[in-house]
Design a binder for this molecule. Structure first.
Ligand SMILES: Nc1ncnc2c1ncn2[C@@H]1O[C@H](COP(=O)(O)OP(=O)(O)OP(=O)(O)O)[C@@H](O)[C@H]1O
Ligand SMILES: [Mg+2]
Length: 177
Protein backbone atom coordinates (compact mmCIF):
# COMPACT_ATOMS: atom_id res chain seq x y z
CA UNK A 1 0.00 0.00 0.00
CA UNK A 2 1.27 3.50 -0.86
CA UNK A 3 1.92 5.64 2.24
CA UNK A 4 -0.68 8.39 2.75
CA UNK A 5 0.59 11.66 1.29
CA UNK A 6 -0.79 14.75 3.05
CA UNK A 7 -1.41 17.58 0.57
CA UNK A 8 -0.02 21.02 1.32
CA UNK A 9 -2.77 23.45 2.34
CA UNK A 10 -2.68 27.22 2.67
CA UNK A 11 -4.02 28.72 5.94
CA UNK A 12 -7.56 29.34 4.58
CA UNK A 13 -7.72 25.78 3.21
CA UNK A 14 -6.47 24.37 6.52
CA UNK A 15 -9.17 26.32 8.45
CA UNK A 16 -11.84 24.85 6.18
CA UNK A 17 -10.40 21.32 6.37
CA UNK A 18 -10.19 21.38 10.17
CA UNK A 19 -13.46 23.29 10.77
CA UNK A 20 -14.71 21.60 13.93
CA UNK A 21 -18.34 21.02 12.95
CA UNK A 22 -21.58 22.35 11.60
CA UNK A 23 -22.28 23.78 8.15
CA UNK A 24 -19.46 25.48 6.32
CA UNK A 25 -19.62 27.28 2.95
CA UNK A 26 -16.42 27.37 0.92
CA UNK A 27 -16.74 30.10 -1.68
CA UNK A 28 -13.67 30.51 -3.89
CA UNK A 29 -12.75 31.08 -7.51
CA UNK A 30 -12.05 28.58 -10.29
CA UNK A 31 -8.88 26.59 -9.79
CA UNK A 32 -8.25 28.08 -6.36
CA UNK A 33 -8.17 24.76 -4.47
CA UNK A 34 -11.80 23.97 -3.53
CA UNK A 35 -11.61 20.30 -4.52
CA UNK A 36 -8.38 20.02 -2.54
CA UNK A 37 -10.26 21.34 0.51
CA UNK A 38 -13.11 18.88 0.04
CA UNK A 39 -10.87 15.86 -0.44
CA UNK A 40 -8.56 16.84 2.42
CA UNK A 41 -11.58 17.44 4.66
CA UNK A 42 -13.03 14.02 3.89
CA UNK A 43 -9.63 12.41 4.60
CA UNK A 44 -9.38 14.47 7.82
CA UNK A 45 -12.83 13.35 8.97
CA UNK A 46 -11.94 9.70 8.36
CA UNK A 47 -8.37 9.56 9.65
CA UNK A 48 -8.28 12.25 12.36
CA UNK A 49 -11.85 12.26 13.67
CA UNK A 50 -12.62 8.59 13.12
CA UNK A 51 -15.77 9.23 11.08
CA UNK A 52 -16.89 6.04 9.30
CA UNK A 53 -16.63 6.52 5.50
CA UNK A 54 -20.22 5.30 5.07
CA UNK A 55 -21.40 8.29 7.13
CA UNK A 56 -19.93 10.76 4.64
CA UNK A 57 -22.08 11.92 1.69
CA UNK A 58 -20.18 13.86 -0.99
CA UNK A 59 -22.28 15.11 -3.89
CA UNK A 60 -20.87 16.48 -7.15
CA UNK A 61 -22.43 17.74 -10.38
CA UNK A 62 -20.71 15.33 -12.75
CA UNK A 63 -19.49 11.74 -12.65
CA UNK A 64 -16.09 13.00 -13.78
CA UNK A 65 -15.80 15.25 -10.72
CA UNK A 66 -16.93 12.40 -8.45
CA UNK A 67 -14.33 10.04 -9.97
CA UNK A 68 -11.63 12.66 -9.55
CA UNK A 69 -12.57 13.24 -5.93
CA UNK A 70 -12.70 9.55 -5.13
CA UNK A 71 -9.26 8.94 -6.60
CA UNK A 72 -7.77 11.99 -4.83
CA UNK A 73 -9.21 10.72 -1.52
CA UNK A 74 -7.88 7.23 -2.24
CA UNK A 75 -4.44 8.74 -2.81
CA UNK A 76 -4.66 10.64 0.48
CA UNK A 77 -5.77 7.60 2.44
CA UNK A 78 -3.51 5.14 0.67
CA UNK A 79 -6.49 3.04 -0.44
CA UNK A 80 -10.07 3.28 -1.67
CA UNK A 81 -12.39 4.43 1.15
CA UNK A 82 -14.96 1.64 1.07
CA UNK A 83 -18.52 2.69 1.75
CA UNK A 84 -17.92 6.40 1.17
CA UNK A 85 -20.94 8.00 -0.49
CA UNK A 86 -19.44 9.97 -3.33
CA UNK A 87 -21.16 10.60 -6.66
CA UNK A 88 -23.70 12.74 -8.45
CA UNK A 89 -27.06 13.60 -6.94
CA UNK A 90 -28.67 11.11 -9.36
CA UNK A 91 -26.28 8.21 -8.78
CA UNK A 92 -26.29 8.58 -4.98
CA UNK A 93 -30.11 8.87 -4.95
CA UNK A 94 -30.42 5.72 -7.06
CA UNK A 95 -28.06 3.88 -4.68
CA UNK A 96 -30.10 5.06 -1.69
CA UNK A 97 -33.37 3.99 -3.34
CA UNK A 98 -31.95 0.56 -4.19
CA UNK A 99 -30.74 0.06 -0.63
CA UNK A 100 -34.06 1.12 0.92
CA UNK A 101 -36.34 -0.41 -1.75
CA UNK A 102 -37.30 -3.41 0.43
CA UNK A 103 -38.98 -0.97 2.85
CA UNK A 104 -41.46 -0.19 0.06
CA UNK A 105 -41.84 -3.82 -0.93
CA UNK A 106 -39.61 -3.58 -4.03
CA UNK A 107 -36.57 -5.69 -4.85
CA UNK A 108 -33.25 -3.93 -5.39
CA UNK A 109 -33.36 -4.53 -9.17
CA UNK A 110 -36.07 -2.03 -10.05
CA UNK A 111 -35.76 0.27 -13.06
CA UNK A 112 -36.34 4.00 -12.78
CA UNK A 113 -38.59 5.23 -15.60
CA UNK A 114 -38.18 8.70 -17.06
CA UNK A 115 -41.17 10.63 -18.48
CA UNK A 116 -40.85 8.97 -21.92
CA UNK A 117 -40.58 5.44 -20.44
CA UNK A 118 -43.65 6.14 -18.27
CA UNK A 119 -45.72 7.41 -21.17
CA UNK A 120 -44.71 4.43 -23.33
CA UNK A 121 -45.85 2.13 -20.50
CA UNK A 122 -49.21 3.95 -20.19
CA UNK A 123 -49.65 3.63 -23.97
CA UNK A 124 -48.98 -0.13 -23.84
CA UNK A 125 -51.44 -0.53 -20.94
CA UNK A 126 -54.15 1.42 -22.81
CA UNK A 127 -53.59 -0.67 -25.95
CA UNK A 128 -53.69 -3.89 -23.93
CA UNK A 129 -57.14 -2.82 -22.71
CA UNK A 130 -58.23 -1.76 -26.19
CA UNK A 131 -58.67 1.83 -25.05
CA UNK A 132 -58.14 4.44 -27.73
CA UNK A 133 -54.99 6.48 -27.22
CA UNK A 134 -56.81 9.26 -29.13
CA UNK A 135 -59.58 9.39 -26.54
CA UNK A 136 -57.14 8.81 -23.67
CA UNK A 137 -53.86 10.48 -24.68
CA UNK A 138 -51.05 8.63 -22.79
CA UNK A 139 -49.49 11.95 -21.75
CA UNK A 140 -52.75 13.09 -20.11
CA UNK A 141 -53.38 9.73 -18.45
CA UNK A 142 -49.82 9.73 -17.16
CA UNK A 143 -50.29 13.26 -15.76
CA UNK A 144 -53.51 12.19 -14.01
CA UNK A 145 -51.80 9.11 -12.53
CA UNK A 146 -48.93 11.33 -11.32
CA UNK A 147 -51.29 13.90 -9.77
CA UNK A 148 -53.30 11.12 -8.07
CA UNK A 149 -50.09 9.64 -6.65
CA UNK A 150 -48.96 13.03 -5.35
CA UNK A 151 -52.41 13.63 -3.82
CA UNK A 152 -52.29 10.21 -2.11
CA UNK A 153 -48.80 10.96 -0.80
CA UNK A 154 -50.00 14.30 0.59
CA UNK A 155 -53.01 12.62 2.23
CA UNK A 156 -50.68 9.94 3.66
CA UNK A 157 -48.48 12.64 5.18
CA UNK A 158 -51.55 14.43 6.65
CA UNK A 159 -52.75 11.11 8.11
CA UNK A 160 -49.29 10.48 9.62
CA UNK A 161 -49.34 13.99 11.12
CA UNK A 162 -52.81 13.45 12.59
CA UNK A 163 -51.56 10.20 14.10
CA UNK A 164 -48.40 11.82 15.45
CA UNK A 165 -50.15 14.83 17.00
CA UNK A 166 -52.09 13.03 19.77
CA UNK A 167 -48.83 11.31 20.76
CA UNK A 168 -47.05 14.67 20.98
CA UNK A 169 -49.90 16.07 23.10
CA UNK A 170 -49.79 13.01 25.35
CA UNK A 171 -46.04 13.57 25.72
CA UNK A 172 -46.66 17.18 26.80
CA UNK A 173 -49.22 16.04 29.35
CA UNK A 174 -46.75 13.49 30.69
CA UNK A 175 -44.17 16.23 31.00
CA UNK A 176 -46.54 18.31 33.18
CA UNK A 177 -47.24 15.59 35.60
N1 LIG B 1 -2.40 24.85 -1.19
C1 LIG B 1 -2.01 24.42 -2.40
N2 LIG B 1 -0.71 24.36 -2.71
C2 LIG B 1 -0.31 23.93 -3.93
N3 LIG B 1 -1.13 23.52 -4.91
C3 LIG B 1 -2.45 23.56 -4.66
C4 LIG B 1 -2.97 24.01 -3.41
N4 LIG B 1 -4.32 23.92 -3.45
C5 LIG B 1 -4.63 23.43 -4.67
N5 LIG B 1 -3.51 23.22 -5.41
C6 LIG B 1 -3.45 22.71 -6.80
O1 LIG B 1 -4.12 23.64 -7.63
C7 LIG B 1 -4.86 22.98 -8.63
C8 LIG B 1 -6.36 23.37 -8.50
O2 LIG B 1 -6.86 22.87 -7.26
P1 LIG B 1 -8.33 22.27 -7.14
O3 LIG B 1 -8.59 21.29 -8.24
O4 LIG B 1 -8.51 21.80 -5.75
O5 LIG B 1 -9.13 23.63 -7.39
P2 LIG B 1 -10.70 23.88 -7.62
O6 LIG B 1 -11.00 25.17 -6.95
O7 LIG B 1 -11.46 22.70 -7.19
O8 LIG B 1 -10.73 24.01 -9.21
P3 LIG B 1 -12.04 24.02 -10.17
O9 LIG B 1 -12.64 25.37 -10.02
O10 LIG B 1 -11.43 23.77 -11.51
O11 LIG B 1 -12.93 22.91 -9.69
C9 LIG B 1 -4.62 21.50 -8.45
O12 LIG B 1 -3.58 21.09 -9.28
C10 LIG B 1 -4.20 21.40 -6.99
O13 LIG B 1 -3.40 20.27 -6.77
MG1 LIG C 1 -12.86 21.47 -8.30
Amino acid sequence: MIAPHPLPLNPAQRDAVEHPGGALLVLAGAGSGKTRVLTARIAHLITKLGVAPQRIFAVTFTNKAAGEMRSRIAQLLGGDPRGLWIGTFHSLSARLLRREAPLLGFGPNFTIYDADDSEALVKRLLEARQLSTKVYPPRTVHAVVGATGRHAAREGRRRDLRRARPRAQAGQRDGLR
